[in-house]
Design a protein around this ligand. Sequence first.
Ligand code: ADP
Ligand code: MG
Length: 273
Amino acid sequence: MPEQKKRNNRSVANGTVSTKEAAITLNAVSVYFDTFKAIDNISIAFRKHSVTAIIGPSGCGKSTLLRTINRMNDMIPSCAVEGEVYFEGRNIYDPRVDPVEIRRRIGMVFQKPNPFPKSIYNNIKWPAQINGLEVNYDELVERCLQRTALWDEVKDKLHQNAFRLSGGQQQRLCIARSIAINPEIILMDEPASSLDPVSTAHIEELIDELKKNYTIIIVTHNMQQAGRISDKTAFLTVNSQQAGKIVEYSDTRKMFLNPQNKETEAYISGRFG
Ligand code: ADP
Ligand code: MG
């Protein structure tokens, strides 16, 4: 890509988030599955210690974009990523960067709760142990479960299999597990979409609490949820070649009250998607 085009993209990238405020900055990122382009030249910066929602119709590339941020797309052999993703001054796609370290520092929570087939206790101890964290595991387990508001519900059954918890509890355990290894960023891909309203409310409260210490980027197809929990929202949709593009990115309140783009307005008022 010509240098001039790259520089132009960089200025679009930062939008309302300055380089100093950014936890992650994508510069001219395109993603392919074999020859199919799923993400088209996206540039965006995500602000530290805040919650950014990614919204958009099904299939527009939200999950793909999220996976680009911690190199989870590396797991898909047909997938190729172009462009740069800056995290603390380094492009995470630089060949010298270890993807395992990136995934430790940029954690991920999925749509379907996926605890390990282990005890509640070991779901938290195990990732800390394999990451070489030398800590008091009893304290770590309690701290992570307290922070995810799960401690009181599980403190008497820590050695029970995690699969015996409810779906909502399993998802909070997955969040507890993700913070056990001290990430800086937590990516969440529709973390509440398989949960009942009460569990969803728990997860939303938790996100609000966690943003004090972590940067959170969350994909949601629930407009009300994006409105309740996020500081900023990026609206993604597909171009004529079905590749995902960001059409609008701004403060959530601003976007919901006064969208600047016709497609955003149609989407948030429920006319498509
Ligand atoms: P969303 O999360 O917004 O619903 P995805 O990121 O899952 O969208 O998918 C974006 C596009 O990329 C879709 O057209 C989808 O079919 C395609 N895609 C996603 N994952 C793969 C894959 N592993 N192989 C091939 N195509 C994929
Ligand atoms: Mg998805």
